[in-house]
Write a protein that binds this ligand. Structure first.
Ligand code: GLA
Length: 375
Protein backbone atom coordinates (compact mmCIF):
# COMPACT_ATOMS: atom_id res chain seq x y z
CA UNK A 1 0.00 0.00 0.00
CA UNK A 2 2.79 2.35 1.03
CA UNK A 3 4.64 1.27 -2.08
CA UNK A 4 1.63 2.03 -4.25
CA UNK A 5 1.10 5.39 -2.64
CA UNK A 6 4.76 6.20 -3.21
CA UNK A 7 4.61 5.24 -6.88
CA UNK A 8 1.45 7.18 -7.52
CA UNK A 9 2.99 10.15 -5.69
CA UNK A 10 6.05 9.74 -7.92
CA UNK A 11 3.82 9.64 -10.95
CA UNK A 12 2.12 12.73 -9.67
CA UNK A 13 5.49 14.49 -9.45
CA UNK A 14 6.41 13.41 -12.98
CA UNK A 15 3.00 14.60 -14.13
CA UNK A 16 3.58 17.95 -12.47
CA UNK A 17 7.01 18.26 -14.05
CA UNK A 18 5.49 17.50 -17.44
CA UNK A 19 2.78 20.03 -16.82
CA UNK A 20 5.36 22.66 -15.87
CA UNK A 21 7.28 21.87 -19.07
CA UNK A 22 4.19 22.06 -21.23
CA UNK A 23 3.10 25.30 -19.56
CA UNK A 24 6.42 26.81 -20.54
CA UNK A 25 6.16 25.47 -24.07
CA UNK A 26 4.99 27.96 -26.69
CA UNK A 27 5.15 30.76 -24.17
CA UNK A 28 6.62 34.23 -23.88
CA UNK A 29 7.78 35.32 -20.44
CA UNK A 30 8.93 38.81 -19.47
CA UNK A 31 11.63 40.01 -17.11
CA UNK A 32 12.62 43.62 -16.28
CA UNK A 33 16.11 44.44 -17.65
CA UNK A 34 16.53 48.05 -16.48
CA UNK A 35 15.43 51.40 -17.89
CA UNK A 36 16.71 53.59 -20.68
CA UNK A 37 15.57 57.18 -21.40
CA UNK A 38 12.84 56.67 -18.76
CA UNK A 39 11.49 53.64 -20.61
CA UNK A 40 11.29 50.14 -19.19
CA UNK A 41 13.59 47.64 -20.85
CA UNK A 42 12.19 44.11 -20.90
CA UNK A 43 13.76 40.76 -21.68
CA UNK A 44 11.24 38.55 -23.46
CA UNK A 45 11.93 34.83 -23.49
CA UNK A 46 10.27 32.90 -26.28
CA UNK A 47 10.06 29.14 -25.63
CA UNK A 48 8.94 26.83 -28.42
CA UNK A 49 7.10 23.51 -28.15
CA UNK A 50 10.22 21.49 -27.31
CA UNK A 51 11.87 23.95 -24.97
CA UNK A 52 14.36 25.73 -27.26
CA UNK A 53 14.52 29.40 -26.32
CA UNK A 54 15.29 32.83 -27.68
CA UNK A 55 15.51 35.86 -25.41
CA UNK A 56 15.06 39.27 -27.00
CA UNK A 57 15.31 42.77 -25.53
CA UNK A 58 13.10 45.67 -26.56
CA UNK A 59 16.36 47.69 -26.23
CA UNK A 60 17.86 47.51 -29.73
CA UNK A 61 15.69 44.48 -30.53
CA UNK A 62 18.72 42.55 -29.29
CA UNK A 63 18.74 38.76 -29.48
CA UNK A 64 20.29 38.33 -26.03
CA UNK A 65 20.39 34.54 -25.90
CA UNK A 66 19.47 31.66 -28.16
CA UNK A 67 19.39 28.20 -26.64
CA UNK A 68 19.18 25.29 -29.06
CA UNK A 69 20.06 21.58 -28.79
CA UNK A 70 23.44 20.12 -29.75
CA UNK A 71 23.95 16.63 -31.23
CA UNK A 72 23.32 15.11 -27.77
CA UNK A 73 20.10 17.05 -27.31
CA UNK A 74 21.69 19.40 -24.78
CA UNK A 75 20.53 23.02 -24.96
CA UNK A 76 23.29 25.63 -25.23
CA UNK A 77 23.47 29.37 -25.85
CA UNK A 78 24.88 30.09 -29.32
CA UNK A 79 24.92 33.92 -29.38
CA UNK A 80 27.32 36.37 -27.76
CA UNK A 81 25.86 38.97 -25.42
CA UNK A 82 25.72 40.43 -21.94
CA UNK A 83 23.83 39.88 -18.69
CA UNK A 84 23.09 43.57 -18.09
CA UNK A 85 21.78 46.61 -19.92
CA UNK A 86 24.77 48.64 -18.72
CA UNK A 87 27.16 46.33 -20.58
CA UNK A 88 25.10 46.59 -23.76
CA UNK A 89 25.12 50.39 -23.47
CA UNK A 90 28.83 50.63 -22.75
CA UNK A 91 30.65 47.77 -24.45
CA UNK A 92 28.57 46.16 -27.15
CA UNK A 93 29.94 45.76 -30.68
CA UNK A 94 26.30 45.47 -31.82
CA UNK A 95 25.84 42.00 -30.23
CA UNK A 96 22.49 40.61 -31.46
CA UNK A 97 21.09 44.02 -32.33
CA UNK A 98 18.77 45.36 -34.97
CA UNK A 99 20.81 47.78 -37.05
CA UNK A 100 19.40 50.89 -38.71
CA UNK A 101 18.81 53.01 -40.47
CA UNK A 102 21.72 51.71 -42.51
CA UNK A 103 23.49 48.40 -41.93
CA UNK A 104 27.23 48.68 -42.61
CA UNK A 105 29.10 51.68 -44.01
CA UNK A 106 28.25 54.84 -45.89
CA UNK A 107 31.39 56.39 -47.35
CA UNK A 108 32.47 59.71 -45.91
CA UNK A 109 29.25 59.76 -43.86
CA UNK A 110 27.33 61.38 -46.70
CA UNK A 111 25.08 60.65 -49.64
CA UNK A 112 23.00 62.57 -52.15
CA UNK A 113 19.32 61.87 -52.70
CA UNK A 114 17.06 63.83 -55.10
CA UNK A 115 19.93 66.29 -55.56
CA UNK A 116 20.30 67.08 -51.87
CA UNK A 117 23.31 66.05 -49.81
CA UNK A 118 22.72 64.44 -46.40
CA UNK A 119 25.43 64.30 -43.74
CA UNK A 120 25.65 61.47 -41.25
CA UNK A 121 27.59 60.89 -38.06
CA UNK A 122 31.06 59.58 -38.85
CA UNK A 123 31.86 56.79 -36.37
CA UNK A 124 34.15 54.42 -38.25
CA UNK A 125 37.33 55.91 -39.71
CA UNK A 126 36.06 58.34 -42.35
CA UNK A 127 32.69 56.54 -42.65
CA UNK A 128 29.33 56.18 -40.99
CA UNK A 129 28.70 52.66 -39.69
CA UNK A 130 25.50 50.89 -38.60
CA UNK A 131 23.20 53.93 -38.38
CA UNK A 132 25.54 56.48 -36.79
CA UNK A 133 25.88 57.65 -33.20
CA UNK A 134 22.60 56.39 -31.79
CA UNK A 135 21.33 53.77 -34.19
CA UNK A 136 18.32 51.48 -33.85
CA UNK A 137 20.52 49.18 -31.75
CA UNK A 138 20.41 51.74 -28.91
CA UNK A 139 16.70 52.60 -29.02
CA UNK A 140 13.92 51.26 -26.83
CA UNK A 141 11.32 49.82 -29.19
CA UNK A 142 7.59 49.47 -28.48
CA UNK A 143 7.11 45.78 -27.90
CA UNK A 144 4.46 43.15 -27.42
CA UNK A 145 4.58 39.36 -27.34
CA UNK A 146 2.61 37.55 -30.00
CA UNK A 147 1.47 34.04 -30.79
CA UNK A 148 1.29 32.81 -34.36
CA UNK A 149 0.31 29.49 -35.89
CA UNK A 150 4.01 28.56 -36.24
CA UNK A 151 5.20 29.57 -32.81
CA UNK A 152 5.65 32.51 -30.50
CA UNK A 153 7.07 35.92 -31.24
CA UNK A 154 7.80 39.50 -30.42
CA UNK A 155 6.37 42.50 -32.22
CA UNK A 156 8.66 45.56 -32.23
CA UNK A 157 7.98 49.05 -33.52
CA UNK A 158 10.11 52.13 -33.73
CA UNK A 159 9.43 55.51 -35.34
CA UNK A 160 12.62 57.25 -36.45
CA UNK A 161 11.95 60.98 -36.76
CA UNK A 162 12.71 63.02 -39.87
CA UNK A 163 16.39 64.00 -39.65
CA UNK A 164 17.33 61.45 -36.99
CA UNK A 165 21.05 60.71 -37.40
CA UNK A 166 20.92 62.89 -40.51
CA UNK A 167 18.57 60.64 -42.51
CA UNK A 168 15.55 62.21 -44.23
CA UNK A 169 11.92 61.25 -43.64
CA UNK A 170 9.97 59.97 -40.69
CA UNK A 171 10.45 56.24 -40.93
CA UNK A 172 8.01 53.86 -39.19
CA UNK A 173 9.71 50.53 -38.70
CA UNK A 174 8.02 47.28 -37.73
CA UNK A 175 9.98 44.12 -36.93
CA UNK A 176 8.40 40.80 -36.07
CA UNK A 177 10.57 38.07 -34.59
CA UNK A 178 8.99 34.60 -34.69
CA UNK A 179 10.49 31.61 -32.93
CA UNK A 180 9.03 28.53 -34.57
CA UNK A 181 8.52 25.02 -33.30
CA UNK A 182 11.23 23.81 -35.69
CA UNK A 183 13.87 26.13 -34.18
CA UNK A 184 13.78 28.86 -36.80
CA UNK A 185 14.16 32.49 -35.82
CA UNK A 186 12.29 34.39 -38.47
CA UNK A 187 12.72 38.16 -38.73
CA UNK A 188 10.30 40.14 -40.87
CA UNK A 189 10.98 43.85 -41.32
CA UNK A 190 8.54 46.32 -42.85
CA UNK A 191 8.77 50.09 -42.99
CA UNK A 192 7.16 53.15 -44.50
CA UNK A 193 8.43 56.70 -44.89
CA UNK A 194 6.86 60.13 -45.45
CA UNK A 195 9.81 61.44 -47.55
CA UNK A 196 12.28 59.84 -49.92
CA UNK A 197 14.98 58.15 -47.86
CA UNK A 198 17.38 55.20 -47.76
CA UNK A 199 16.94 52.18 -45.52
CA UNK A 200 19.01 49.03 -44.97
CA UNK A 201 18.24 47.25 -41.71
CA UNK A 202 19.83 44.04 -40.49
CA UNK A 203 20.34 41.90 -37.43
CA UNK A 204 23.86 41.69 -36.04
CA UNK A 205 23.83 38.42 -34.07
CA UNK A 206 27.24 36.94 -33.30
CA UNK A 207 26.96 33.16 -33.52
CA UNK A 208 29.18 30.48 -32.09
CA UNK A 209 27.50 27.14 -32.73
CA UNK A 210 29.79 25.32 -30.26
CA UNK A 211 28.46 27.71 -27.59
CA UNK A 212 29.07 31.41 -26.90
CA UNK A 213 32.44 31.75 -25.18
CA UNK A 214 33.72 28.31 -26.24
CA UNK A 215 36.73 29.56 -28.21
CA UNK A 216 37.01 30.52 -31.87
CA UNK A 217 34.75 29.70 -34.80
CA UNK A 218 37.69 28.80 -37.03
CA UNK A 219 36.59 25.14 -37.08
CA UNK A 220 33.02 26.05 -38.07
CA UNK A 221 32.32 24.94 -41.61
CA UNK A 222 30.57 27.53 -43.70
CA UNK A 223 28.75 27.46 -47.01
CA UNK A 224 27.65 30.72 -48.63
CA UNK A 225 25.41 30.58 -51.69
CA UNK A 226 27.41 33.26 -53.47
CA UNK A 227 29.60 33.22 -56.58
CA UNK A 228 30.62 36.84 -55.99
CA UNK A 229 31.57 39.18 -53.18
CA UNK A 230 32.13 42.92 -53.07
CA UNK A 231 35.82 43.78 -52.59
CA UNK A 232 36.52 46.85 -50.48
CA UNK A 233 38.98 49.73 -50.32
CA UNK A 234 41.18 50.48 -47.31
CA UNK A 235 38.27 51.95 -45.34
CA UNK A 236 36.06 48.93 -46.14
CA UNK A 237 33.90 50.62 -48.79
CA UNK A 238 32.97 48.41 -51.78
CA UNK A 239 34.83 49.26 -54.96
CA UNK A 240 32.51 47.33 -57.27
CA UNK A 241 29.18 45.47 -57.36
CA UNK A 242 30.83 42.07 -57.25
CA UNK A 243 33.82 40.07 -58.31
CA UNK A 244 33.99 36.25 -58.59
CA UNK A 245 35.20 34.51 -55.44
CA UNK A 246 36.35 31.41 -57.39
CA UNK A 247 39.98 30.56 -56.70
CA UNK A 248 40.18 32.93 -53.72
CA UNK A 249 39.49 32.61 -49.96
CA UNK A 250 36.10 34.19 -50.76
CA UNK A 251 34.68 31.09 -52.41
CA UNK A 252 32.42 29.40 -49.84
CA UNK A 253 30.18 27.65 -52.35
CA UNK A 254 31.50 24.37 -50.99
CA UNK A 255 31.39 24.14 -47.23
CA UNK A 256 34.83 25.15 -45.89
CA UNK A 257 36.17 25.77 -42.39
CA UNK A 258 36.11 29.50 -41.61
CA UNK A 259 39.74 29.23 -40.49
CA UNK A 260 41.00 27.30 -43.51
CA UNK A 261 42.02 30.41 -45.50
CA UNK A 262 41.40 33.31 -43.11
CA UNK A 263 45.12 34.02 -42.67
CA UNK A 264 46.02 33.52 -46.32
CA UNK A 265 48.07 36.24 -47.97
CA UNK A 266 45.29 38.27 -49.49
CA UNK A 267 44.90 42.05 -49.59
CA UNK A 268 41.15 41.86 -48.91
CA UNK A 269 41.60 39.67 -45.84
CA UNK A 270 44.35 42.01 -44.64
CA UNK A 271 42.01 45.01 -44.90
CA UNK A 272 39.20 43.23 -43.03
CA UNK A 273 41.62 41.59 -40.56
CA UNK A 274 39.78 38.44 -41.63
CA UNK A 275 36.38 38.16 -43.27
CA UNK A 276 34.36 41.36 -43.08
CA UNK A 277 32.83 41.37 -46.54
CA UNK A 278 29.54 41.46 -48.36
CA UNK A 279 28.69 38.34 -50.37
CA UNK A 280 26.36 38.66 -53.35
CA UNK A 281 23.83 35.91 -52.75
CA UNK A 282 22.96 33.94 -55.89
CA UNK A 283 19.36 34.17 -57.06
CA UNK A 284 16.59 36.35 -55.75
CA UNK A 285 13.56 36.15 -53.47
CA UNK A 286 13.59 34.24 -50.20
CA UNK A 287 16.31 31.65 -50.78
CA UNK A 288 19.13 29.75 -49.14
CA UNK A 289 21.91 32.19 -48.27
CA UNK A 290 24.31 30.29 -46.02
CA UNK A 291 24.80 27.24 -43.87
CA UNK A 292 27.19 26.90 -40.94
CA UNK A 293 28.07 23.68 -39.12
CA UNK A 294 30.04 23.16 -35.95
CA UNK A 295 31.65 19.69 -35.90
CA UNK A 296 32.19 20.10 -32.14
CA UNK A 297 28.53 20.51 -31.25
CA UNK A 298 26.84 19.12 -34.37
CA UNK A 299 24.73 22.28 -34.55
CA UNK A 300 23.79 23.57 -37.98
CA UNK A 301 22.57 27.07 -38.78
CA UNK A 302 20.84 27.57 -42.12
CA UNK A 303 20.11 31.11 -43.22
CA UNK A 304 17.51 32.24 -45.73
CA UNK A 305 16.90 35.81 -46.85
CA UNK A 306 15.33 37.85 -49.62
CA UNK A 307 18.16 40.41 -49.37
CA UNK A 308 20.72 40.64 -52.20
CA UNK A 309 23.72 40.44 -49.86
CA UNK A 310 25.06 38.96 -46.64
CA UNK A 311 27.94 40.44 -44.65
CA UNK A 312 30.22 37.75 -43.27
CA UNK A 313 32.06 39.15 -40.25
CA UNK A 314 34.29 36.79 -38.29
CA UNK A 315 34.63 38.70 -35.02
CA UNK A 316 37.99 40.14 -36.09
CA UNK A 317 37.61 43.10 -33.76
CA UNK A 318 36.99 40.95 -30.69
CA UNK A 319 40.33 41.25 -28.94
CA UNK A 320 40.00 38.16 -26.75
CA UNK A 321 39.68 40.12 -23.50
CA UNK A 322 35.96 40.80 -23.43
CA UNK A 323 33.85 38.86 -20.96
CA UNK A 324 30.19 38.32 -21.70
CA UNK A 325 27.28 36.36 -20.29
CA UNK A 326 28.20 34.28 -17.25
CA UNK A 327 31.73 35.76 -17.27
CA UNK A 328 32.69 33.77 -20.36
CA UNK A 329 35.58 35.15 -22.38
CA UNK A 330 34.87 35.97 -26.02
CA UNK A 331 37.87 34.92 -28.09
CA UNK A 332 39.30 36.82 -31.05
CA UNK A 333 37.25 35.36 -33.93
CA UNK A 334 35.02 33.80 -31.30
CA UNK A 335 31.88 34.29 -33.39
CA UNK A 336 30.64 34.90 -36.90
CA UNK A 337 27.90 37.21 -38.07
CA UNK A 338 25.84 36.67 -41.20
CA UNK A 339 24.08 39.99 -41.72
CA UNK A 340 21.37 40.06 -44.39
CA UNK A 341 21.61 43.36 -46.21
CA UNK A 342 21.77 45.47 -49.32
CA UNK A 343 25.39 46.17 -50.22
CA UNK A 344 27.39 48.58 -48.05
CA UNK A 345 27.42 52.19 -49.28
CA UNK A 346 24.63 51.58 -51.81
CA UNK A 347 23.39 55.22 -51.64
CA UNK A 348 26.70 56.24 -53.27
CA UNK A 349 26.68 53.49 -55.93
CA UNK A 350 23.85 53.87 -58.48
CA UNK A 351 24.77 50.47 -59.98
CA UNK A 352 24.04 48.58 -56.71
CA UNK A 353 20.53 47.32 -55.89
CA UNK A 354 18.78 50.39 -54.53
CA UNK A 355 18.15 51.09 -50.85
CA UNK A 356 15.83 54.01 -51.59
CA UNK A 357 12.41 54.00 -50.01
CA UNK A 358 9.74 56.44 -51.14
CA UNK A 359 6.40 57.47 -49.68
CA UNK A 360 3.74 54.96 -50.75
CA UNK A 361 6.24 52.07 -50.89
CA UNK A 362 6.50 49.43 -48.18
CA UNK A 363 9.97 48.13 -47.35
CA UNK A 364 10.03 44.39 -46.76
CA UNK A 365 12.73 41.95 -45.63
CA UNK A 366 12.42 38.37 -44.46
CA UNK A 367 15.46 36.66 -42.95
CA UNK A 368 15.43 33.31 -41.23
CA UNK A 369 18.05 31.58 -39.08
CA UNK A 370 17.12 27.93 -38.74
CA UNK A 371 18.85 25.60 -36.29
CA UNK A 372 19.20 21.83 -36.55
CA UNK A 373 21.77 19.15 -35.74
CA UNK A 374 23.91 16.73 -37.67
CA UNK A 375 24.84 13.58 -35.76
C1 GLA B 1 30.10 44.85 -39.30
C2 GLA B 1 31.18 45.60 -39.91
C3 GLA B 1 32.39 45.30 -39.16
C4 GLA B 1 32.22 45.63 -37.70
C5 GLA B 1 31.14 44.88 -37.13
C6 GLA B 1 30.89 45.29 -35.70
O1 GLA B 1 30.20 43.50 -39.53
O2 GLA B 1 31.36 45.34 -41.27
O3 GLA B 1 33.43 46.00 -39.69
O4 GLA B 1 31.91 46.97 -37.57
O5 GLA B 1 30.00 45.13 -37.91
O6 GLA B 1 32.04 45.53 -35.00
Amino acid sequence: MTMKLFSSAALGMAGLALLAASAAADSVTQKPFGTKDGKAVTLYTLTNSHGAQVSILNYGGIVQSLRVPDKNGKLGDVVLGFDSLARYEKDSPYFGALIGRYGNRIAGGKFTLDGKEYKLFVNNGPNSLHGGKVGFDKKVWDSKPIKTKNGVGLDLRYVSKDGEEGYPGTLSVHVIYTWTDNDALKIVYTAVTDKDTVFNPTNHSYFNLAGAGSGTVLDTRLMINASKYTPVDKSQIPTQAGTPGAGTPFDFRRSTAIGARIDATNAQLATGKGYDHNFVINGSGLRLAARAYSPRSGRVLTMYTNEPGVQLYTGNFLDGRMKGKGGKVYAHRGAFALEAQHFPDSPNHPSFPTTELKPGQVYHQTTEYKFSVRR
